[in-house]
Design a protein around this ligand. Structure first.
Ligand SMILES: [Zn+2]
Ligand SMILES: [Zn+2]
Ligand SMILES: [Zn+2]
Length: 138
């Protein structure tokens, strides 16, 4: 287990339990976002509820964000360093590959600014680009 996982949890005011370290360590190793089912499979015999609770804690502390990629299943990926317990500041575009079905964070692709009609109050913005990823295209 890498030492930095423990430090990362502490830096986000999360007590580093063994389970949380395992879940975060696994997420940090991924290129693509993972669903709860993916994590359950990878981290067996850890149970689903415990993994889910860890994810919810990470999400509220700015370590991980949930992604609605239109598949109906929430996927999870690690946040950029500027997210913390006070909130998420890394709103970015997500990319879904129609070939491998993976969902990728594109942290350098920010969601463009847009104006809403008067009277509409946005609460969250979600931009998903579909296509073929680098791995599948190459
Ligand atoms: Zn975030
Ligand atoms: Zn792909
Ligand atoms: Zn993301």
């Amino acid at each position: 287990m890498k030492k930095n996982v423990e430090d990362l949890l502490k830096a986000h005011n999360v007590s580093p339990t063994a389970m949380r370290m395992i879940v975060l360590d696994h997420l940090l190793d991924q290129q693509a976002a993972l669903s709860l089912a993916d994590l359950e499979k990878a981290l067996a015999p850890a149970d689903r509820i415990t993994i889910y609770r860890s994810l919810r804690t990470f999400e509220s502390k700015g370590l991980v964000h949930g992604i609605d990629d239109g598949s109906g299943v929430t996927k999870y990926a690690c946040c950029a360093a500027d997210c913390g317990p006070e909130g998420h500041h890394d709103v970015h575009v997500h990319f879904v590959c129609r070939n491998c079905q993976e969902t990728y964070c594109l942290p350098r692709s920010r969601i463009p600014e847009f104006t809403l009609p008067v009277g509409f109050q946005p609460e969250e913005v979600n931009l998903v680009v579909r296509g073929v990823c680098q791995v599948c295209a190459g």
